[in-house]
Structure formats: C-alpha cells, structure tokens
Design a protein around this ligand. Structure first.
Ligand SMILES: *Cc1c(COP(=O)(O)O)cnc(C)c1O
Length: 445
C-alpha cells in the first residue's frame, strides 16, 4: 500500500536560488556522466510533480509551462493515469502484441479510431515515440503509393532519428555533422501569416506550385504537416491552407499525414487540432500527450492505407506497451468524461487574453498566436520582424529564477511557447503573466 501524501499546493514558491544547492550538486554529477548532447532547459532537479507544479530537490515549487514538451497535458500526477498504470503493472508488463495479444492495445486503437480526424474506417499501429510514428507513416505511405518522395514544410520538426532528423528543418542541433541525410525529402514553403501575409488559398497555391515544379506529384508519396507547428514556433497556418493541401493530395495519390504529436490529444481544445482547421488527413500521428507521461505513440490512418503492408511488417519489441496503453485509456476516458477540452479553452481565453494585454505594453511582442493551451509569443525588434532571440533568452532565464519554467521555439529561437498542463489554475495564469511582464520589462530595459 502506498500511503496518502499531502497534495502539492498549486502555487509558486521560491525558497532558494534556482538552481539551489542540491540541484547544483546534482548538475555536477550529471555533467560528469551525461553526454553534452543532452540539453537542460532549467537546471533544477525535480523530486515530485503534481498538477502544474514541479517540486525541486531544494523545495522550490516551479510553475511548469512546458509539460515536458506537451506530454503531461492531463496534469502531473493525474490520479486516473496513476491508478490505471499501477493496476496494469500488477497484471502484466509485457507480452508483445505480435506474440501474445492483449485487450489494452485494442482499446487504445478503438479510441484512436473514434477520435481521429481521419474520415471513414481507420486502423492504428502503436509504437513508442513520435519519431517512430513519423518513420512508420512514411514507410506505409511509400508502400501504399509505390512512390518515394516526402514533402515536409519549412520550419517543421519531426524528430531526431536518421530519417526524421532529415525531415526536421533545423540542422543545428538536429542533423548537422551526423552523416548523410535520408534521401528524397523535400522542404516546401509553409503558411506563416505574420511573415508571408498570404491567405490560406494563396499560401497553398504557392506550396503546390513548388511541389509540382520541384518534385512532381508522380514522385511524391506523402506530404506531412503539423497543423500547428511545435518546435518550429507554434505557427498557425492561415485558414484554408491545410484543407487545400489535403485536397490536392487526394487528387494526386499523395498521402496527407498530419503530425499531431505535439498538437494532438486535447492540447488545442479539441482532441486533434486538425478539426479546428477543417482538415481531414489520410494519416494522423499521436504521441506526447496521449498517456500522461508514459511512452507510447500511434499511427492512425485510412483502412486501405494501413492495410497495404504485409503481415509482420510493422511493429517493434516494446510497441504498445501494456502499462502505457492502460495510461492512454485513462487519458481518453477522462477526455470523454468532460472538462479536459474545456480546460484547454479556458487557458486559451485567460492566458491568451493576458498575453494580448502584455503585447499592448511590450512592443517587442510582434504576435500572440496559437489555440487552446498551445500558445506563443514571437519577439522581434519593435516595429520590425527581425528576431529578438536575446530578449527570449533573457526572459526565460529571468522567469526560471523566479520559478516559472518557460520554453523557447522557432528557427531563430525568438519565440516563447506556452504548453502548460491543462490543470493550470487561473490564479497560476495570473501569476505567470506577472512574472512574464516583469521579465519582459527587465529584458528590454
Ligand atoms: C516531439 C515531436 C516529434 C518527435 O517525437 P519524439 O517522441 O521526441 O520522437 C515529432 N513530431 C512533432 C510535431 C513533435 O513535436
């Protein structure tokens, strides 16, 4: 029996410098044994986490505005996830779906079929990470179409494996120096309203023209798009852009893949962000927020696409781990029970509204954008679109000192993204906005 612990009070508390002495000691041990290739956003070691609060080893309570990059969307320490995972740990932890099947895998796939934005009957494959989902979607698209080309959008992020780092826009730190990039991957223009000023229709026409000139539909297996880009800067495409691309794909035997690894599972106020753009992809990818922190990901696609590969051709030893499946089932149950999507909308209203107020006061905020609890501010030199990455670096450092964990994004690092757990209270939103206001004032003084 685990004894009941005092809940973590949902408030920010700074009791030492951040990082405090215990974290500093751990950082030294960390640096001695961890590859320098592994980064650290805020060097405070975490002992416990609940709701939207991280408690560090020195007793500081940090407001988590990142959710471990959009993973604990349902909140840290979510009771449903904990109970489901514990029960599954006691029942069994692994059999391998391709050796001895279990119901939990099937139930996750049923939920994915029920909620995915892909029209018609769908089927799923479960694997372990976002990048693995992308890899499988590309493999399946190539098999289904008999073609090889992969079109990715400017500023895209699709992962760190050999194939997906080749698909990710930013070479440093993801692909530069790591050997030959995967072949037949083509970066095509995106819709980025703040910078291109194009309507969705115009931006789609530009993307399609580029594809037809530089690749041709005859060589293109798939086009992959994040409905709202994650690492690329929480870029929201102009209305009509994504459906126009999907229509062109349908007419040209090109598989449209929506990479909703970051934007999916209630993050934006709908189960998938695709819904909000009127987008019906052929395949949707799910990972990050699906299981409250346990590693699992999914490829969900039109039946005829998902059934194009032969028996035994898809999978992996740990794919669809039963404990992670149990956690994912709990997340879906909680979304269906109500309140989760509403929380994302509440955060959009309160945090988004507060950020727009800050924009009136701070001319370095060029734009406030996003949907639900996937919001961002882009910082530029006032009156221009020149990236102000130094301001972002200063604001994030200052906020970290004060116990607010913020993350940056964008090719130029001049975007601050907000993707808190959906349990973030209105009081904490006010608190974070005040810290941000002070940090912006200090950084631009
Ligand atoms: C994080 C992310 C990935 C990669 O997921 P991993 O689990 O880190 O492999 C792929 N696509 C998008 C949009 C992501 O945000």
């Amino acid at each position: 029996m685990t004894e009941k612990r005092e809940p973590v009070v949902q408030e920010r508390r700074v009791v030492t410098a951040i990082p405090g002495p215990k974290s500093q000691e751990l950082m030294e041990r960390r640096n001695a044994v961890l590859s320098t290739g592994i980064g650290t956003a805020l060097p405070a070691f975490i002992e416990r986490a609940e709701g939207a609060i991280l408690v560090d080893v020195d007793g500081n309570q940090i407001v988590d505005m990142g959710s471990g990059i959009g993973v604990v969307t349902i909140g840290h320490g979510n009771e449903g996830v904990r109970e489901a995972a514990k029960k599954q740990l006691d029942d069994f932890t692994h059999t391998l779906i391709t050796v001895s099947p279990y119901e939990e895998y099937v139930r996750v796939a049923e939920y994915l079929s029920k909620h995915s934005p892909v029209p018609g009957p769908t089927k799923s494959l479960l694997i372990n990470s976002g990048a693995e989902a992308v890899e499988n979607a590309v493999k399946i698209s190539r098999k289904y179409t008999g073609k090889n080309g992969v079109a990715v959008l400017e500023c895209a992020y699709h992962g760190r494996t050999m194939l997906t780092s080749s698909m990710t826009h930013k070479a440093v730190p993801y692909s530069a120096g790591f050997g030959p990039r995967a072949g037949d991957i083509h970066r095509v223009p995106n819709s980025y309203p703040l910078h291109d000023g194009l309507s969705g229709e115009e931006a789609a026409a530009r993307t399609i023209k580029y594809i037809e000139k530089a690749i041709t539909a005859g060589d293109l297996a798939c086009l992959i798009a994040e409905p709202i880009q994650g690492e690329g800067g929480f870029t929201v495409p102009a209305d009509g852009y994504l459906p126009a691309l999907a229509k062109w794909c349908r007419e040209n035997n090109v598989v449209f893949i929506a990479d909703e690894v970051q934007s999916g599972i209630a993050r934006t106020g709908t189960v998938y962000a695709s819904e909000q753009f009127g987008l019906e992809p052929d395949i949707v990818l799910t990972a990050k927020g699906i299981a409250g922190g346990l590693p699992i990901s999914a490829v969900t696609g039109r039946q005829e696409i998902m059934d194009c590969t032969g028996p035994g051709s898809l999978g992996g030893t740990y794919s669809g781990n039963p404990v992670a499946c149990a956690a994912a089932i709990s997340v879906f149950e909680q979304i269906e029970a109500g309140g989760v999507l509403e929380d994302a909308k509440r955060i959009e209203e309160k945090l988004g509204g507060g950020l727009r107020k800050l924009q009136e006061k701070h001319p370095s905020i060029a734009e406030v954008r996003g949907k639900g609890a996937m919001l961002a501010i882009e910082l530029t030199e006032p009156g221009t679109l020149k990236p102000a990455a130094d301001v972002v670096t200063k604001v994030i450092a200052e906020a970290g000192q004060k116990g607010v964990l913020l993350l940056n994004a964008g090719l130029s690092g001049n975007i601050i993204r907000f993707l808190p757990p959906l349990t973030l209270s209105n009081e904490l939103i006010e608190d974070v906005l005040n810290v941000l206001d002070e940090a912006l004032t200090a950084a631009t003084a």
